[in-house]
Design a binder for this molecule. Sequence first.
Ligand code: GDP
Ligand code: MG
Length: 177
Amino acid sequence: ESRAPAAYRVVLLGASGVGKSAFCSIFAGAADSLDSDECELCGDEVFEKEVEVDGEAATVTLIDTWDSEMGDDQDCSIHSGDAYLLLYSITDRSSFLRASELRITLRQLRPPEHTPIILVGNKCDLVRRREVSSSEGRACAAVFDCKFIETSAAMQHNVWEAFHGIVRQLRLRRDVR
Ligand code: GDP
Ligand code: MG
């Protein structure tokens, strides 16, 4: 039996400078040598790729077109995701507050039971410039009923865990439907 892998649209959200483009280039790039030549550049900031998570293939389209200058519910990318990676920088408290605002907008648009979100505290390599503690990040995610992970795109630490985590969250919701 050959079935096409499930396809998911994952949108990157977050203030300017938090690392969304860095996430995209890790997703698109040679970090995952198994899949690197299957990666397709579909547009400037949209990447489609087949990834294997827990032995099962999934087609992930990663969307990095969020325009932080527009009104939160104006930009079409916020309407287009099956799931969201909501990024802030642990070195920038205003980006953490921005993530909270975006989280509220998202929940007005999307019911939580169908739309997973992972709150991502990026730049965790910059320990001496930290402005948001891990426990604050975790507490915020708990209030918002979403998963939490700290990453470093610069060190390629936990970035694939975030991508795989969002696929797992999508599958959990698919399986109970
Ligand atoms: P975007 O505006 O959200 O797309 O952010 P970018 O991906 O363009 O990143 C903004 C800046 O932060 C760039 O100079 C990146 O090299 C840097 N950056 C991104 N992620 C990390 C990280 O995990 N650690 C460090 N030290 N720098 C990062
Ligand atoms: Mg960018």
